[in-house]
Design a protein around this ligand. Structure first.
Ligand code: SF4
Ligand code: SF4
Length: 324
């Protein structure tokens, strides 16, 4: 991976005179580890049931202690399946105790809520008013099972019905958003139209309601890059992303208002950069969250690579869906 100023993405930004720098931090995104009950083909984390990398309680405490000294309003928990780390409930309870209160997001794969040992997690999340952003790559079983594994569609439907029964997607304090990502080497369709399709199909066939649909572009890294290479589609996909570069997306890129931190506390511009080991550095020293003063983050240059074309293609892509 070629970093900083010498990659095609950085040159494209320079051509358009668009510097990419941090603004004020609005989101602390914590990737608690790579353990997951699924092994989806598009996974940018290479997560799975055999991964051992998970956050310890000592690291969780250090992150929350750091956060307590800031006014960063949103904490976005991701993984892996974040619920699978042994201290997930402890972490949520500590975050909920912060003053001022923070918005807490759990990026949930849905099926984990039905696994043995996790049956009470949905009610735990509801009780603590944790917002759920759930992966649901299609409203039909064929596409979901092809991308995420056999039986995942039925499990996801049952979990969504369980969440609705607890008030998710209905009560104002319990937002439930779904995430669509393409089932191959193509860009997502228009978010507004897909959201209308999802709402109609999931409600008609399964009685499910939810708040918003976020469309996310697959970035060509980790397991999805392997899938592209194995199918001789990597160059074609990179050309597609490059040709679809949209300068209007740059101002809204999530790396501008997010600090991303790993299960060990290392700091990155985003979860994709984390997977590419593009850690923030001070000279030779890799930085951890507790080395950083949030005030100093503003105006910091963002590390880029060719994978960044995935965020600026078409309507743009971020953890909150399309940018335009
Ligand atoms: S995409 Fe999400 S649910 Fe699928 S393997 Fe990766 S972390 Fe797990
Ligand atoms: S991958 Fe996307 S979010 Fe991450 S640094 Fe590149 S443009 Fe920003």
């Amino acid at each position: 991976m070629i970093l900083a100023a010498d990659n095609s993405f950085a040159r494209k930004l320079a051509d358009y005179a668009l510097p990419l720098r941090h603004a004020r931090t609005e989101v602390l995104q914590i990737n608690v580890g790579k353990l997951c009950n699924l092994t989806c083909i598009h996974c940018h984390v290479n997560a799975g049931p055999k991964r051992k990398e998970i956050m310890t309680r000592a690291t969780a405490d250090q992150l929350v202690d750091w956060l307590a000294k800031t006014d960063i309003p949103t904490v976005d928990l991701t993984g892996g399946a974040p619920e699978m780390i042994p201290d997930f409930k402890y972490l949520v309870e500590r975050l909920k105790a912060l003053n001022p209160p923070r918005r807490i997001i759990d990026r949930c794969n849905l099926t984990i809520l039905l696994e043995p040992g996790y049956e009470d997690y949905a009610s735990f999340l509801a009780r603590h008013q944790v917002e759920i952003i759930a992966s649901m790559p299609c409203y039909s079983p064929e596409n979901v099972n092809a991308q995420r594994g056999n039986g995942v569609f039925d499990g996801s439907i049952k979990a969504l019905q369980l969440l609705n029964s607890l008030g998710y997607g209905i009560a104002p304090g319990l937002p439930l958003h779904l995430v669509y990502n393409p089932n191959g080497a193509f860009l997502p369709g228009p978010q507004v139209e897909l959201e209308a399709d999802y709402k109609r199909e999931l409600n008609e066939h399964f009685g499910i309601v939810f708040n918003k649909l976020y469309t996310i572009t697959n970035l060509p890294i980790a397991r999805f890059a392997s899938y592209l290479k194995n199918n001789n589609k990597l160059a074609e996909y990179m050309a597609l992303l490059n040709d679809a570069f949209n300068p209007a997306t740059v101002n809204g890129l999530m790396c501008r208002n997010t600090i991303n931190v790993s299960w060990t506390g290392e700091v990155f511009d985003c979860d994709f950069n984390q997977m590419l080991k593009m850690q923030w550095r001070d000279g030779n020293r890799g930085l951890h969250l507790w080395d950083i003063d949030p005030v100093d983050v503003e105006n910091r240059a963002i590390l880029t690579g060719d994978h960044c074309f995935g965020c600026t293609a078409g309507a743009g892509s971020s953890c909150g869906g399309a940018l335009l």
